[in-house]
Ligand binder design. Sequence first.
Ligand SMILES: [Mn+2]
Length: 287
Amino acid sequence: MEAIIISACTDAGVHIDGASLGAYKLGKYLENKYNVTYINNTSNFIKDKNPKNLQKNLSEINIFNNKLYHTIINSPKFPFTIGGDHSISIGSALASNYKNGNIGIIWFDAHPDYNTFNTTITGNIHGLPLATINGFNNKELINFKIKDYINPKNTVIVGARSIDELEKENLKQAGIKVFTTNDIKKLGIKYVINEALKIALNNTSKIHISYDLDVIDPNIAPGVSVPEKNGLTKKEALIALNLFLEKIDNIASFDLVEFNPLKDINNKTYDISTTILDTLLDKINLK
Ligand SMILES: [Mn+2]
């Protein structure tokens, strides 16, 4: 199945600059082999970084996700979206759910991204997307017509290790299964991914995978906006990737987000990102 590769060039969801450039850079890399569709911020957009504004760049993020959402639902191809900051997954995951109907979601991330406008400390919207996708809150972030939200019962977070106090309450209230990096050390990555697949595929049609590069340890992938130590090892990241390849027929759509070239060291994060992209896109285009 051919993939539509969308380079979602925005970092409106985070006060740190660079993730927009990350999407552009990875898009350019893929142009050697594929057609790439670019989505950009509105031309006159100026990013608000005011720490006191707890709804930073809300209207721009809505405009952006509207474009992304409609690009995905209007294409018959497999949606592969490259961020950009993680706010873009509101558009991509809900579009995939609209197209496929009743999907599950696996969210790879050092942070659960389960804040609401009432619980966010930073006001950076890249900390809110998963709660939005589940319909837990944040209706302000959805101004496109969706069919349904993704069921919290079919939502799994893998690799979390930096969870805000109030966010923890949100996760408990929504009933989200979270595998922390400590769980991964204890249970093994293979077991955790297989459990995650079971939860996400329980009575659903397919799954959306949203992969925030900050899930990987900053020694291996330092080029992200908000790095957190004690992340996945390279070996664990590659085992997870191979398990997805085995389950490729169950995967409906994929995001790779938060590559920040301005924070990268010796192209480490660029190299692992292109490896992930090459591996997955080869397999998707074969299926
Ligand atoms: Mn994230």
